[in-house]
Design a binder for this molecule. Structure first.
Ligand code: ATP
Length: 313
């Protein structure tokens, strides 16, 4: 971050806008006609299987790479302009921290360079690194290093905070503290965009979830909407006796996507739980302890991405 005044355009309603953005590496289309907008105060999770294009999307957003076609705007300006103006804080996976300095010195430098800095002691406290402020940066554990990266990303008042898998390596307490601080930032009107593989974090934290797959947006909505869109439900019940013949009959149930039998317990995933349960009784089964539940975000994510895989196979 460089502390200089630039001719940044005035804020628009959209913090980020991607308009039919494409980026390829050789034959690989990492981002494929992506259109999306982020608004102030939103906390948005970016999900996707390995290679879906999450990091490539964040790189475009941060001006670290340029699209082959389409436009990327951040706070109404070119990404690099918004970044040079200190309006975007980023915490990326890659890139080492300066080694020979202490945590305090590094955070002080980040605050000094920021056009709208917070107080160094406040930044240290929020990132929960006050106790390790005098340690050399290259002597930190993985989780401590993540917290220092977080401190650097929140050294001043940003309009947008971008985080690539921010809690990797953090323990449970550090994660909770991290998300509490992030929530405060969002409550102050900042947009927060984070890529993650921890779906429970996306479920708990994000107002909005974006599912990327092969560079395209497969789903965009609240976690509840994404779960509902996946449509599938879990059905579980016990049977008194299960043998090979009964297992074969269970496989004929309609709308079944998965069948798992452990001891006397049958677990099913179904695209239409009502039809499956109805047929279960119709086939003469007497299920006990019958439970029907919606999918978690993780299962919904798998269902959505697998459906797309088989559609495009
Ligand atoms: N610099 C590059 N050179 C060549 N291919 C690249 C480059 N960057 C990304 N790719 C390819 O583009 C695709 C998208 O990669 P990207 O890193 O954006 O995915 P991702 O969703 O962040 O994955 P992960 O969850 O594994 O971090 C992948 O097929 C990847 O191999």
């Amino acid at each position: 971050m460089v502390g200089m005044t630039t001719t940044t355009a005035p804020p628009t309603a959209d913090v980020v806008s991607f308009e039919r953005v494409t980026k390829s590496f050789g034959d690989v289309r990492a981002v494929d006609g992506l259109t999306l907008t982020l608004r102030p105060g939103e906390t948005v999770a970016l999900l996707g299987p390995n290679g879906a294009g999450k990091s490539s999307t964040l790189d475009l957003l941060l001006g670290l790479s340029r699209p082959d076609s389409g436009t990327v705007r951040v706070l109404g300006a070119e990404p690099r302009e918004a970044i040079t103006a200190g309006r975007v804080g980023a915490m990326l996976q890659s890139g080492g921290l300066m080694g020979e300095v202490t945590v305090h010195e590094l955070v002080t430098l980040a605050c000094d360079l920021h056009p709208r800095p917070y107080r160094v002691n406040d930044v240290l406290a929020h990132a929960d690194i006050t106790k390790i402020a005098d340690r050399k940066v290259d002597k930190l554990s993985g989780g401590q290093e993540q917290r220092v990266r977080f401190a650097l990303a929140t050294a001043g008042a940003h309009d947008l905070i971008v985080l690539d898998e921010p809690t990797t390596g953090m323990d449970v307490t550090a994660r909770q503290a991290f998300w509490a601080t992030m929530r405060e930032q969002a409550d102050q009107g900042r947009a927060v965009l984070f890529a993650t593989h921890y779906l429970e974090e996306a479920d708990a934290i994000a107002d909005r979830v974006l599912v990327l797959h092969r560079g395209r947006l497969l789903a965009d909505g609240t976690a509840a909407e994404i779960k509902a869109r996946a449509g599938a439900r879990k059905v579980a019940f016990d049977l008194e006796r299960i043998d090979a013949a009964l297992t074969e009959r269970l496989r004929t149930l309609p709308c079944l996507t998965t069948l798992d039998i452990t001891g006397h317990t049958v677990r099913i995933q179904s695209t239409d739980a009502d039809a499956t349960v109805h047929a279960l009784y119709g086939l003469g089964f007497y299920p006990r302890n019958l439970e029907v539940a919606g999918l978690g975000l993780e299962q919904a994510f798998v269902a959505i991405t697998e459906a797309e895989e088989s559609r495009t196979a």
